[in-house]
Design a protein around this ligand. Structure first.
Ligand code: PLP
Length: 381
């Protein structure tokens, strides 16, 4: 017996941003207006930096105007050059920041379970040109930080983590921003915590704080000295107040997303041909995305078919992160981009589908999305 489902009356997108109470924002705006200080390390910026430093449990944090500029600056601050090993299964910003630093991305295959860079394969990609590793905590799932550190230590490599999806993630109570040399968080509107556009770097080294803060402000040391070729990476006061207010909302948003994620898992647990990651007891999750994998043989439909079918019900899922970065025209000529070097990534990228996940969805919305997904399945004989 097949139950008929009506499409959702309103389109259901993969995510929606936290939007704070407008009066609350107006109150804060008045403060900024009265101060007449709109950017350049203003009082709101200083306050947000300190609050985030405590929340993320990191010794040092520098705010940025977006996550991509933060990541470009991170590469500069560590003086990376030559080749850097990274993952093909990520947002375009990750390999692009290497290109913008004149660094060649070297694509390493991913782990079939976590979909993060495969720590066991990094060593085989190292050459005399390699200076660092740029790994991504994909969908907020932590990389194998211990093994990556071991490899880096053995070869004297720097580690940068793209932690854009990992806001508030902790491993055994330790803030995710404490691993590697530098971690980048993105505060883009699509992220769990946001400042419309924005980002931050976190790190352990006090000297890096000086260097990174110089680099994000044109290298200006004082009125008489410009000491390095910096960039404009500064977060402004309007972004900072949005962040300060959203700090009061994000924990509630994360709790709602946790409940919805548990609902998805419960509804989809026994569906043949659909798989997903469970929470690890050691990890506090960001619930940034809920991603399933469609196994075409067992499900009887491909991921692309499921994606298209969902649209007929007014449900707009996303094929994150399709296509692989190694298949972009600007990177596919690289030897490491060869599909034979990336068999796991090539398979995973055909399976993944991000389902809608944001606090305003109801449990019954999620149950309906799951029922609709189940109705797509074609049983084999
Ligand atoms: C969002 C995102 C970025 C870029 O951050 P912006 O703040 O949008 O510049 C980088 N890497 C990953 C994995 C992302 O999801």
């Amino acid at each position: 017996m097949i139950k008929e489902h009506k499409p959702f009356a309103q389109p259901i997108y993969v995510t929606r941003p936290i939007l704070p109470n407008l009066e609350e924002l107006t109150e804060k705006l008045k403060e900024v207006w009265e101060s007449k200080w709109l950017t350049n390390n203003g009082p709101q910026h200083q306050l947000l930096e300190e609050k985030l430093r405590q929340l993320l449990k990191v010794p040092y944090l520098s705010l940025f105007n977006n996550g991509t500029i933060a990541l470009i600056t991170a590469c500069q601050s560590l003086r990376l050059s030559g080749d850097v090993i990274t993952t093909p299964f990520t947002f375009p910003a990750t390999p692009h920041v290497l290109s913008w630093n004149n660094i060649k991305p070297i694509f390493c295959d991913i782990d079939p379970n976590t979909m993060n860079i495969d720590a066991n394969k990094i060593e085989s990609m190292i050459t005399p040109q390699t200076t660092g590793i740029l790994a991504v905590h994909v969908f907020g799932t932590p990389c194998d930080v211990i093994k990556i550190q071991e490899v880096a230590d053995r070869y004297g490599l720097k580690i940068i983590y793209d932690a854009a999806h990992a806001f508030g993630v902790e491993i055994r109570g330790e803030g995710i921003g404490n691993f590697g040399d530098i971690s980048m968080m993105s505060f883009h509107a699509t992220k769990l915590f946001h400042t419309a556009e924005g980002g931050a770097l976190t790190f352990q080294d006090k000297n890096l704080k000086l260097r990174i803060d110089l680099l994000k402000n044109f290298g200006i040391k004082n009125e008489d000295e410009v000491v390095m070729p910096g960039i404009n990476g500064k977060m402004n006061e309007l972004q900072a107040i949005l962040g300060l207010i959203n700090l009061n909302y994000f924990e509630q948003e994360r709790e709602k997303r946790k409940l919805l994620t548990e609902t998805y898992r419960q509804c989809l647990r026994d569906v043949e041909g659909v798989s997903f990651l469970d929470d690890s007891p050691e990890v506090k999750s960001s619930y940034q995305y809920f991603v399933i994998r469609i196994h075409e043989k067992a499900f009887g439909r491909s991921r692309n078919e499921v994606y298209s079918e969902f649209k007929r019900y007014n449900i707009f899922t996303r094929k994150y992160f399709y296509p692989l970065c190694s298949d972009y025209t600007c990177y596919r000529h690289l030897p490491s981009s060869s599909p034979t070097n990336l068999p796991v990534a090539q398979e995973v990228v055909q399976q993944v589908l991000s389902l809608p996940l944001y606090g305003e969805l109801s449990v019954s919305d999620v149950e309906k999305i799951c029922d609709i997904l189940k109705s797509f399945r074609r049983k084999s004989h």
